[in-house]
Design a protein around this ligand. Structure first.
Ligand code: WT7
Length: 648
């Protein structure tokens, strides 16, 4: 039996950065990238020291890196405050009056916060935290809609050294409770509700349920967003706006050790118990600052929109800390992309004249499904750069994004990273690195990835294997909160001293990385290991397919059989004939080995709140089993019932 993950989808298109883009970009050529990359690998202390020195430190670091695998300390001995770097440092020049956040609520309400205004709100809220006896090192849960107060609360915690843990507003009471128990948080910041597709998500009600019977939470601070009727528990619950009446706007940032914990962010693990990914201050700031600067080539005059929610790491790093550390202007949008119509994103881009758009492949596929007419209604000519993150982008979706959104003129940065990595690790630099649709291309500065086989030996070009990172980087996680053993075991033990990403990938003859998806998603069909995402890409390249998810099911003959769940574009007749056509289409694109044994049409696929397809559920459905286990992260429960009915 073969151990390599086979890769059959070879993409030949190459897109060079345009001369115009390269001319003004920070990194202007492949040669310049290679020179800097070489330096960052040979003299990491010099490279990262230079990046860090662009920021404000209250005490200088003594050593850039102390690496006692698997525990890293960056900028050892240095003291700084990340909120000071995101706010105060911009107040002595023209950025003082520049918009930091341009916010739009789902109902259409708008707010602008300049750097000075944001600074003031953060100081005031930090004083509210202090007033409520929240101290350096205490954990604070933030469970808010995608509104400026989420960023304000995060930065206010950071200002006093409290550790925030943001929980995405789509999570349920059970998820909140689990995270409170694991983190031992003493305070929680929430809102009376959040707008989502015209309805109100009862955030406060979920919190009440999570806190029932008692937890470590002593204070709940409630922001009034929707004006809904809510229960306020005497003593425990207080209103944000009322608290502000007791405080002033004077709150000096507390100088913190470079390794002081900044935040915990929970991500689902294979065992089901959520893992609190721990990020610290100095290294994280340098990582997000530097990637924001080079990957998005951010300019003072740019308007940058990362469509993620602050509840995900993407929002932490590229709505809040990365852009603000760079003094950038960000757009923040509260609601759904198809509210009130499927052109909301394009309308926002037109209204704000957005220059850089950073979104997810799952969103792009939804836009393709909704139809080009929604895009065509709007002037997107302000865009100069596009980005994606979250999963492999299939080449057809990449081409659609390039043509329909980027007007054929915008580079696309397909950025590979994880909650654990804190910042982008594999990515094109838009003025320097030619792109290939579907590839995250080359490593960012200071990042040394490799692809290895089961024994840890590096594999050759175009051979699939496990993606590892061979040295520490500044924004890396420092531990799993409260569980160093699990941290060591999960990420650092399979290939000693190397970080195991859990992703499968291959590297082509130009050294470009192609992520095939999570290792757990790899199928073994008759001794061939196939990445499910390749088969999905082949299916989605068919003109009538909108989205596809491929899973394995036990097969007596082949080990695993291939089952494809497919949604078709609006107006397409999902017929039996089409099923056959799709099976042949996969065979033609990848090979007979990957031909789905079964194609099932579905109205929608079961996804997590962050848009990841929940393959575990599909696997259970595909093998005819009842769906068991945790479904609390599922976005739309009705999808499950409909899928189970979709059997022939
Ligand atoms: C996993 C991490 C990083 C923020 C969003 C997700 C997949 C992420 C890409 C990409 C292919 C990607 C990987 C990774 N992934 N970006 N550009 N190309 N795959 O954070 O929830 O921690 O998920 O998302 O499988 O391991 P996350």
């Amino acid at each position: 039996m073969q151990n390599d993950i086979e890769s059959h989808l070879i993409e030949k298109r190459v897109f060079k950065p345009s001369k115009g883009f390269s001319k003004t970009a920070r990194i202007k050529s492949l040669a310049q990238y290679r020179r800097m990359y070489r330096e960052s690998i040979r003299q990491p202390a010099k490279f990262w020291g230079r990046e860090a020195s662009e920021l404000v430190w209250r005490a200088p670091w003594k050593k850039v890196l102390e690496w006692k695998a698997p525990f890293a300390k960056w900028f050892v001995g240095g003291k700084l405050n990340i909120s000071e770097n995101c706010l105060d440092r911009h107040l002595n020049g023209p950025r003082r009056n520049k918009a930091a956040i341009l916010w739009e609520g789902e109902p259409g309400d708008k707010r602008t916060l300049t750097y000075q205004q944001l600074h003031r709100e953060v100081c005031r809220f930090a004083n509210v935290l202090k007033r409520n006896k929240i101290k350096t090192g205490d954990r604070v849960i933030i469970y808010l809609p995608n509104i400026p107060e989420a960023a304000i609360a995060m930065l206010a915690c950071a200002r006093i050294g409290a550790v925030h843990s943001v929980i995405f507003g789509g999570f349920s009471a059970d998820s909140i409770r689990d995270r409170i128990i694991d983190s031992g948080a003493i305070a929680l910041v929430t809102a009376d509700g959040a707008y989502r597709r015209g309805a109100i998500v009862p955030l406060k009600k979920n919190v009440d349920e999570a806190l029932r019977g008692g937890t470590s939470i002593k204070r709940v601070i409630v922001f009034r967003r929707t004006g809904s009727e809510i229960h306020m528990e005497e003593v425990r619950d207080i209103w944000w706006h009322q608290e502000l009446e007791y405080v002033d706007a004077n709150c000096p940032p507390v100088p913190l050790d470079s390794e002081h914990p900044l935040y915990l962010l929970y991500t689902s693990g294979s065992t089901g118990k959520p893992k609190g990914i721990l990020h610290t201050t100095g290294g994280y700031l340098v990582g997000v600052y530097s990637t924001m600067k080079y990957v998005f080539d951010i300019r003072d005059e740019d308007i940058f929109w990362c469509t993620a929610d602050v509840g995900w790491v993407t929002g932490h790093s590229y709505i809040v800390y990365g852009p603000l550390a760079n003094g950038a202007t960000v757009v923040m949008y509260e609601g759904a992309p198809n509210w009130p119509e499927p052109d909301r994103f394009w309308k926002i881009i037109e209204d704000y004249r957005i220059n850089i758009l950073y979104t997810a492949p799952t969103a792009i596929r939804a836009f393709i499904r909704w139809g080009d007419q929604w895009v065509a209604k709007h002037d997107l000519s302000s865009l100069r750069l596009l980005g994606t993150v979250g999963e492999p982008i299939n080449p057809e979706a990449w081409m659609w994004y390039h043509k329909n959104i980027g007007g054929g003129r915008c580079p696309i940065v397909d950025t590979w990273w994880q909650t654990e990595t804190g910042s982008i690790l594999i990515t094109p630099l838009p003025g320097a690195i030619p792109t290939k649709p579907g590839s995250a291309t080359l490593p960012f500065f200071g990042v040394e990835p490799a692809i290895v086989d089961e024994k840890g030996n590096e594999v050759g070009p175009n051979v699939g294997g496990k993606l590892i990172i061979q040295r520490p980087w500044p924004a890396m996680l420092r531990s799993i909160y409260g569980d160093k053993t699990r941290y060591r075991q999960q990420y650092w033990s399979e290939f000693k001293g190397n970080y195991l990403t859990g992703d499968g990938a291959r590297r082509d003859e130009d050294g470009y990385f192609w992520i095939v998806g999570r290792i757990d998603d790899v199928l073994n069909v008759a001794g061939h290991r196939l990445g499910t995402s390749e088969i999905e890409s082949a299916l989605v390249s068919h003109a009538r397919v909108a989205e596809a998810a491929v899973v394995g099911r036990p097969d007596e003959l082949k080990g695993q059989g291939v089952v494809a769940f497919v949604t078709v574009k609006t107006g397409v007749d999902a017929s039996r004939g089409l099923k056959e056509e799709l099976r042949d289409h996969v065979a033609a694109h990848i090979g007979a080995i990957a031909k789905p044994d079964e194609v099932r049409f579905a109205e929608a696929l079961p996804k997590t709140r962050s848009g990841k397809i929940m393959r575990r559920l599909l696997k259970e459905i595909a093998s005819g089993a009842k769906v068991t286990g945790d479904t609390t992260t599922l976005e739309d429960f009705s999808v499950l019932a409909r899928l189970s009915e979709s059997e022939e």
